[in-house]
Design a protein around this ligand. Structure first.
Ligand code: FE2
Ligand code: FE2
Length: 304
């Protein structure tokens, strides 16, 4: 039934298909992989939230989310294997429980925190497009062939997930003509602005072993992004831009793709430069910036 929105890849891989007996990753790549391993391992929370939103919909919608959930859970399991092969001291259970204590996900109330199903679908398209891009970046950056094969498989899955949510978005837009280019663009920008939110930064903080102390979100963001953004190349961003333009229902002409890719490339380079500079100026542990947002151990965000 889920085939309306997503097709099961004929030879979809299984976590055991990969040879992960030995994995060699550089420290930044290993850290990034541990961080996204925690994010992917929350798949059941994401699915519960979306299933509640689609409670009144036909089985096409709910079964597609179930299939998506199954594949996202496989991502978490496989990335855990990569991390454990790359670092025998990686304690997944400890990190995961610490992460879940720090960051709660949206409650499955049936209401989208984005305000509408269309906004939720645009947000999901953005996340899946950027996830697919991220795995391509990691596949290109990793010198280890086994880890690179995992990243490539995950990049393909995320691209299929992007296609699934885009079909859902277009089905929703058919019923509601007010969901035009401007509305989609606004929803997409809102989601992209949230990329430095607690979900990712606190996962990074947990796997770095800094979650027992006061956590400074902006510092963590700078530390994490200084490791991640140096791997992004023009071709990766062009790939993301094509998907983002389709999400907002704009034809991806060569000139428009080049222009938006240039804008994105500039933003990423400037953010990388700021992240590198701030990591020199602001040490990760000392609390010298009184306006820096902090998160205490119970997960409350505030200023100190
Ligand atoms: Fe995933
Ligand atoms: Fe996905």
């Amino acid at each position: 039934m889920y085939a309306t929105f997503i097709r099961s890849s004929l030879n979809h891989w299984k976590p055991d298909d990969f040879d992960l007996s030995s994995v060699r990753l550089t420290e930044p790549l290993l850290h990034i992989t541990k961080t996204i391993c925690l994010l992917e391992s929350r798949c059941d929370d994401y699915a519960e939230y979306l299933q509640a939103i689609f409670r009144e919909r036909t089985e096409d919608w709910t079964s597609a989310i179930s299939r998506w959930n199954f594949e996202e859970c496989q991502h978490g399991v496989t990335l855990r294997s990569v991390c454990e092969a790359g670092d025998q001291d990686f304690d997944f259970d400890f990190c995961m429980s610490q992460y879940e204590c720090l960051v709660s996900y949206h409650a499955p109330t049936g209401e989208s925190v984005r305000g509408s199903v269309a906004a939720e679908m645009v947000s999901r398209c953005v996340v899946e497009a950027l996830a697919s891009t991220l795995y391509r970046v990691l596949a290109d950056a990793a010198l280890d062939r086994n880890a690179s094969a995992v990243y490539s498989a995950l990049a393909q899955d995320e691209a299929r997930h992007y296609g699934m949510f885009l079909k859902m978005l277009n089905a929703e837009a058919k019923e509601n003509p007010r969901i035009g280019v401007l509305a989609r663009c606004r929803f997409a920008l809102q989601r992209m602005i949230e990329l430095e939110d607690e979900q990712i930064m606190l996962a990074s903080c947990v796997v770095a072993g800094r979650a027992d102390d006061i956590i400074f979100r902006r510092r963590e963001a700078s530390w994490y992004l200084s490791r991640l953004y140096c791997f992004y190349r023009w071709g990766h961003l062009r790939y993301a831009v094509r998907m983002l333009l389709r999400t907002i229902d704009v034809r991806a002409t060569p000139l428009l793709v080049w222009t938006v890719t240039m804008a994105m490339w500039s933003v990423i380079r400037i953010r990388l430069l700021m992240a590198i500079l701030s990591s020199f100026v602001i040490p990760l542990r000392a609390a010298k910036n009184p306006t820096n947002k902090a998160v205490n151990r119970s997960g409350e965000v505030g200023r100190i």
